[in-house]
Design a protein around this ligand. Structure first.
Ligand code: G3H
Ligand code: 13P
Ligand code: ZN
Length: 306
């Protein structure tokens, strides 16, 4: 059944768990995520970026996810991840997306507020929920205190931002970043900042760049030829802490990409005689499904769709 992100995040925020937002770009990744949600009885957010829309086609994505939502007995939203402009957002809403993210984090504060507010004005009358981002998701390990202040989300700024825009959820920058190379040294997030943000604002908070980059997956990929030296993600313990401090939505893309790649690489080595794409992609789909299921258990959303 279809829901908005707001419908899924508010109960999560109240009850102290997080809903996973998993990036998909084709039928295999979609059905891995949906099958996991059904088996775990978990609410789920299907996230699609502009580059995945370019890859798969907006009409295909919209229809595939609508079909999944109709068939699956769990609440599910179709969410635009990192939308950057009004045209993309508007096209996604027309295609049936139930939630959108407008990412104005590359703009100056004034521009981010103006763009976000214009998206809220478009989306809310249509029943579509809106996530925005304040601060930048970039590695901060080697930054000075002053540089960190400019990059990470400012709690007072966050309060003013949500009052002026009316967004339903806010993605915060506390030291995570996208991709497989999040830290050179020991993984460290700014939990004190997260605590202060939580105290100042009452809407659901979102953690992007939250893949854990498990070593058992990278080792499997490397064993079969991948080059992933130095890959490092967010430890699961840090994600538990983030949820306890108020994160209600957690975005995962990289771990699914790694699971896909490691499994396909291994498949080609173990079964060189097989050339049926359904068997090759079927093995990758199974691996992605297992990753999603383990995230749902970690985030505490398993069993919450009952
Ligand atoms: O932020 C989301 C992704 O990890 C980056 O996705 O390569 O589809 O733009 P993309
Ligand atoms: P990862 O790259 O850590 O999976 O983050 C994904 C994300 O934030 C998508 O919006
Ligand atoms: Zn993101």
């Amino acid at each position: 059944m279809f829901a908005t992100n707001k419908d899924l995040m508010l109960p999560a925020m109240r009850k102290g768990y997080a809903v996973g937002a998993f990036n998909i770009s084709n039928l295999e990744s979609l059905s891995a995520v949906v099958d996991a949600a059904i088996e775990e009885k978990s609410p789920v957010i299907i996230a699609v970026t502009p580059s995945s829309i370019k890859y798969a086609g907006l009409a295909y994505i919209g229809k595939m996810v609508k079909t999944a939502a109709k068939l699956a007995p769990v609440p599910m939203s179709l969410h635009l991840d990192h939308g950057k402009d009004m045209e993309t957002v508007s096209n996604c809403i027309d295609a049936g997306f139930t939630s959108v993210m407008i990412d104005g984090s590359h703009l100056k504060l004034k521009g981010n507020i103006a763009l976000t507010k214009s998206i809220v004005d478009l989306a809310h009358p249509k029943g579509v929920s809106v996530e925005a981002e304040l601060g930048r998701l970039t590695g901060v390990e080697e930054s000075t205190v002053k540089e960190k202040e400019a990059i990470l989300t400012d709690p007072d700024g966050a309060k003013a931002f949500i009052e002026r825009t009316g967004v339903d959820a806010l993605a915060v920058a506390i030291g995570t970043s996208h991709g497989a190379y999040k830290f050179k040294g020991k993984p460290k997030l700014d939990f004190e900042r997260l605590k202060h943000i939580r105290k100042k604002i009452s809407i659901p908070l979102v953690l992007h760049g939250a893949s854990s980059v498990p070593s058992w997956i990278t080792e499997k990929a490397v064993k079969h030829g991948a080059e992933l030296g130095g890959a490092k993600g967010i430890p699961e313990e840090h994600l538990r802490t983030a949820i306890a401090l108020g994160i209600a939505k957690i975005n995962i893309d990289t771990d699914l990409r790694l699971a896909f790649t490691a499994t396909v690489r291994e498949f080609f080595v173990i079964s060189p005689e097989i050339f049926d794409p359904r068997k090759i992609l079927g093995s990758a789909k199974g691996a992605m499904k297992e990753i999603v299921k383990s995230k749902m258990r970690l985030f505490g959303s398993s069993g919450k769709a009952l």
